[in-house]
Ligand binder design. Structure first.
Ligand SMILES: *Cc1c(COP(=O)(O)O)cnc(C)c1O
Length: 381
């Protein structure tokens, strides 16, 4: 068997010391020790999210945090403005319909960033919007959206600003408080270097005012119940405590490296990977690439499945293809969390060899050289 190289935009690799936490004997989740861990990781999450707001830990995948936002913060019948620029943004709209709010879909072409001026105009047309639902890093297209600018615009209105930061937080700069994000959703299995199974929601005072104004038809994901339990450093139902111990370790790693350095490492990996892809003669998909992944178009005459299965067979390297309408058209390479510049260089080397083997004209070393040039200049800067 090849050495596994998981380069997908979730799940992403988990460091060895974090994995070892998962092997510890269980402690009781209502013990003082367990409560101490919850307090510690909550502080750590606030630091990584750059917020003083309440942060809750849910036992679910990332989508559970999105559901918590929609069901707790958007009253039935209220309007929600969905910044619809990809598969995951569209999920916001589906959730609103499921729970009886009225989604207004502000469509952006897949691969393009959301234009803040259009958000402003939409909010002027619909001054009664209860919540704007956006995405920090749209994983289906590999696009980073201008969340800071959009946050400033939404903050001038009564609407809340909810952001799906599931593949963004930990890989890209995200300043929840400075950027006026009222509800931030994050999942464990992307840049936070954990297995799937935990989701996090940060809730601002402005969001609490709206949440407290109506009875939410939720039970498991009820944020008022979560707030009440949190007064005792607890969760309303059994927390996924083993994962929370692993979270403590991954947060320690982020703290040790320094959050700003973590963001800078992802910027370097992203720019190096983009340069390599271009040097190979391939086309980047996104006009505004997110920093935890690189997405390129499958060149004319090649099958994405052939490229990806060869990467897997020859080099143990896992990538993913496109979702929904992008199926077969793109390949997505993840470089988030426990991933470094050399992983990107190795991934590009593998891609060169696979493309060459499939008959694409490749100058050996071209992508690797382009990536190294980026890494050398960024180091000096
Ligand atoms: C992965 C992802 C999700 C879904 O998270 P699950 O953990 O699969 O529920 C939602 N939004 C974005 C942007 C993601 O990357």
């Amino acid at each position: 068997m090849r050495k596994p190289r998981l380069m997908t935009p979730g799940p992403a690799p988990v460091p060895e010391d974090v994995l070892l936490e998962l092997a510890r004997p269980l402690i009781h989740h209502r013990s003082q020790e367990a409560k101490g861990v919850i307090e510690e990781v909550t502080r750590g999450l606030q630091e990584v999210f750059q917020t003083r707001n309440d942060v809750f830990i849910l036992a679910s995948s990332g989508t559970g945090a999105m559901e918590a936002v929609v069901v707790n913060a958007i009253p039935r019948g209220a309007k929600a403005l969905v910044l619809n620029a990809g598969h995951f943004a569209a999920r916001w709209g589906l959730m609103c319909s499921t729970f009886g709010s009225e989604p207004i879909m502000l469509d952006t072409k897949w691969g393009q960033p959301v234009d803040p001026a259009r958000v402003r105009a939409a909010l002027e047309r619909h001054p009664d919007v209860a919540c704007v639902l956006g995405t920090l890093s749209e994983t289906s297209t590999g696009t980073g959206h201008p969340v800071a600018e959009i946050g400033r615009i939404v903050a001038e209105t009564p609407a809340l600003f909810a952001v799906d930061g599931i593949s963004g937080v930990g890989a890209m700069e995200c300043r929840t408080d400075d950027w006026k994000i009222d509800l931030l959703c994050v999942g464990s299995q992307k840049a936070l270097m954990l297995p799937p199974g935990l989701a996090f929601v940060a809730v601002s005072p402005k969001a609490w005012a709206q949440i407290d104004s109506f009875e939410s038809p939720s039970f498991y994901f009820n944020l008022k119940a979560a707030r009440k339990a949190m007064l005792g450093s607890d969760t309303p139902y059994t927390p996924a405590h083993t994962l929370i111990l692993a979270l403590r370790k991954s947060l320690q790693r982020i703290k040790e490296e320094g959050l700003e350095n973590v963001w800078e490492r992802h910027r370097r990996m992203s720019q190096a990977c983009q340069a390599g892809i271009r040097a190979l003669g391939l086309e980047l998909f996104s006009a505004s690439p997110a920093e935890g992944m690189t997405v390129f178009r499958v060149p004319e005459g090649f099958a994405d499945s052939a490229i990806r299965s060869r990467l897997q067979e020859l080099f143990g390297l896992t990538t993913v293809g496109g979702q929904g309408k992008l199926k077969g058209q793109i390949i997505r390479i993840g470089h988030m969390g426990y991933t470094d510049e050399l992983d990107v260089v190795a991934g590009l080397a593998a891609l060169e060899m696979v493309m060459d083997g499939l008959g694409f004209e490749v100058e050996p070393g071209c992508a690797v050289t382009a990536a190294q040039r980026v890494l050398l200049t960024r180091k000096k800067a």
